[in-house]
Design a protein around this ligand. Structure first.
Ligand code: OOG
Ligand code: NI
Length: 449
C-alpha cells in the first residue's frame, strides 16, 4: 500500500500553532494582544454584517482566527538556504524581495508564504525572513569576527537536518515524522538567555548595529514577533494601553479607507530581556516585540506606484492623529471605491458569476462589459487580499525596536541577485501572483481566455 503523507498545509498549520504557543509562553504580552484582537474582530463582524458575509462568501472568515505572520533574521547564506528547504516542506515559497538598507537597516529580506488560493485559505502563515548584510560592517576585524562566530554555529538540530533529507528522499512525512519535524524545526526559533559570545564581543557588535548583535550572538534565530490580523487596527491601537501594552507612535502604511489598501501595521516596543554572556557577565537584550496588522486590497503596479508616491508626499509625523490626518488628506488622490479601483486598474480583483449570472451564460465572453454585468447583478468582484509586506513599513517596525537614530547607518545597494544566490533560488514576484489570480478568476467566469 502506498504511504499517505501529511499535507504541506497541515504541516504549516501545526507549525504555526506550535510557534504561537511557544511565543505566548515566552512573551505573555503576545497572548494578551491575541485576546484583544479577537475581541475587536468579533465586534467588527457584529457591527458590519456585510463584511462578515463577504469574508464568509470568499471563505476567508475561517483563516482570520489563525492568521498571523512572524519575523526572523539569519546571518549566513547557508542558514537562509536551509530555511528555504524547511519552509518548502510546509508549503511556503520565498515571495518578494525587500531591501531595507536604504532605510538604514543592514538586511535584505523575503517572505516565506503559501502562494496557492487553497493553501492561503487553509492557513496563510508567513515569515518575514531577513539576511544580515555583514558587508555593511565597515570595521574589517569586527566583520571577520562576526563571520567566524556565525560559521561556528548550527541553528538547526541534527534531527531536523535528518528529517529534511528524509523528506527529500521519500517525498513526504507520515504522521509521526510530521510531529517530530515540527518539534525539531521549532527549536531553531526558540529564545536563548545564554548568548554564544562574551560581553565585549556583544557590545562591539551592538555598537556597530544592534541588529548585528541580535543575529550573531545567539544559538538560534529566535522568532522576534508574531502578528495577528485585525479587522480594525485603529480600534486595537486605541485599546492597547487599557490592557497594559504601549503601541509604537505611528500606524504604518496607508490611512483608514472604505476599501482598505495593502497593509496597515503597528507594534509594541521590544522587551528588555536578561541575557548571560560566556564570560559570566549579565546584560540585557531587546529584540522581541509584538505587532498587529490589518490587510486590504493588493495593488497593481500602477496602484502601487501611486501608493508609494502619496506615502512619500505625506511624510512622517510624530503623533498618530496628525499623521493619519495628513495621510488621509494626501490619499484623497487615491480612489476609494471598488469601481474606480477596477476601472483605473489600481487594484486586483477576484471575479465571480452570481446565481443570476449563471442563467445568462451568453453574457460572459472576453469582450463583455464587466461593470455592466456587475450592475445587472450577474457578476461580483472582490478585492484580492494583499498577502505581502511593505518595505517602508517594515523599516519603521525595525527602527521602532532599535531606538536611536545613530543606528541608521547602513547604505548598501539593493542586491536581489546576491540575495537569491544566498537563498539558492529566485524569489517569486508577488505582482505576478496577484495578476495570475485575477486572470484565473476571469477565465473561470468566461471573461478571459
Ligand atoms: C522584521 C520587521 C518587518 C513587518 O511586518 O513588516 C516586519 C524584523 O524586525 O525582523 O515584520
Ligand atoms: Ni511584522
Amino acid at each position: 500500500m502506498e504511504n499517505i503523507w501529511i499535507a504541506a498545509d497541515d504541516l504549516r498549520a501545526s507549525f504555526a500553532s506550535a510557534m504561537s504557543a511557544m511565543y505566548q509562553q515566552e512573551v505573555p504580552q503576545y497572548g494578551t494582544l491575541l485576546t484583544l484582537v479577537e475581541q475587536v474582530n468579533n465586534e467588527v463582524l457584529e457591527r458590519e454584517p456585510a463584511l462578515k458575509q463577504q469574508l464568509d462568501a470568499t471563505d476567508e472568515l475561517r483563516r482570520l482566527s489563525v492568521e498571523r505572520h512572524g519575523a526572523i533574521r539569519v546571518g549566513t547564506a547557508a542558514e537562509l538556504a536551509m530555511l528555504r528547504q524547511i519552509f518548502a516542506i510546509m508549503g511556503m515559497q520565498p515571495v518578494g524581495y525587500y531591501d531595507l538598507s536604504q532605510a538604514g537597516v543592514p538586511v535584505h529580506s523575503t517572505a516565506f508564504r503559501p502562494v496557492g488560493d487553497r493553501a492561503l485559505k487553509n492557513n496563510p502563515f508567513r515569515l518575514f525572513t531577513s539576511l544580515l548584510r555583514l558587508e555593511l560592517i565597515d570595521d574589517a576585524t569586527l566583520r571577520a569576527r562576526a563571520e567566524a562566530i556565525l560559521a561556528a554555529r548550527d541553528i538547526f538540530t541534527p534531527r531536523c537536518r535528518e528529517l529534511v533529507n528524509l523528506h527529500q528522499q521519500q517525498g513526504g512525512f507520515n504522521a509521526e515524522q510530521a510531529q517530530d519535524f515540527i518539534a525539531e524545526a521549532l527549536e531553531t526559533f526558540r529564545w536563548h538567555t545564554q548568548t554564544r559570545v562574551d560581553s565585549n564581543t556583544y557590545n562591539a557588535l551592538s555598537q556597530q548595529h544592534r541588529l548585528i548583535a541580535d543575529v550573531v550572538c545567539f544559538a538560534g534565530c529566535h522568532i522576534n514577533h508574531l502578528t495577528p490580523r485585525t479587522l480594525d487596527i485603529d480600534r486595537v491601537q486605541a485599546l492597547m494601553p487599557q490592557v497594559g501594552i504601549t503601541p509604537k507612535a505611528i500606524i504604518e502604511g496607508p490611512p483608514r479607507r472604505r476599501v482598505p489598501l495593502l497593509l496597515r501595521q503597528t507594534s509594541f516596543k521590544a522587551l528588555e530581556e536578561p541575557v548571560r554572556f560566556t564570560d559570566r557577565l549579565e546584560g540585557t537584550h531587546t529584540a522581541r516585540f509584538g505587532e498587529i496588522e490589518q490587510r486590504g486590497a493588493a495593488l497593481t503596479v500602477k496602484g502601487r506606484q501611486l501608493y508609494d508616491e502619496l506615502l512619500t508626499k505625506a511624510g512622517l509625523n510624530s503623533d498618530n492623529v496628525t499623521h493619519q490626518q495628513q495621510l488621509a488628506a494626501v490619499f484623497s488622490a487615491f480612489p476609494d471605491d471598488a469601481r474606480t479601483l477596477r476601472t483605473q486598474g489600481l487594484a486586483w480583483f477576484s471575479w465571480q458569476v452570481t446565481e443570476k449570472g449563471l442563467a445568462h451564460p451568453d453574457a460572459f465572453h472576453p469582450a463583455a462589459d464587466r461593470e455592466k454585468l456587475i450592475d445587472e447583478g450577474c457578476l461580483i468582484a472582490t478585492p484580492i487580499v494583499y498577502e505581502d509586506f511593505l518595505p517602508v513599513s517594515a523599516a519603521g517596525i525595525f527602527q521602532s525596536n532599535l531606538g536611536g537614530a545613530e543606528q541608521a547607518r547602513a547604505h548598501g545597494n539593493a542586491s536581489q541577485q546576491a540575495f537569491e544566490a544566498a537563498l539558492g533560488s529566485a524569489v517569486v514576484s508577488e505582482f505576478s501572483l496577484y495578476q495570475q489570480k485575477e486572470q484565473e478568476s476571469l477565465r473561470r467566469c468566461g471573461l478571459a481566455r
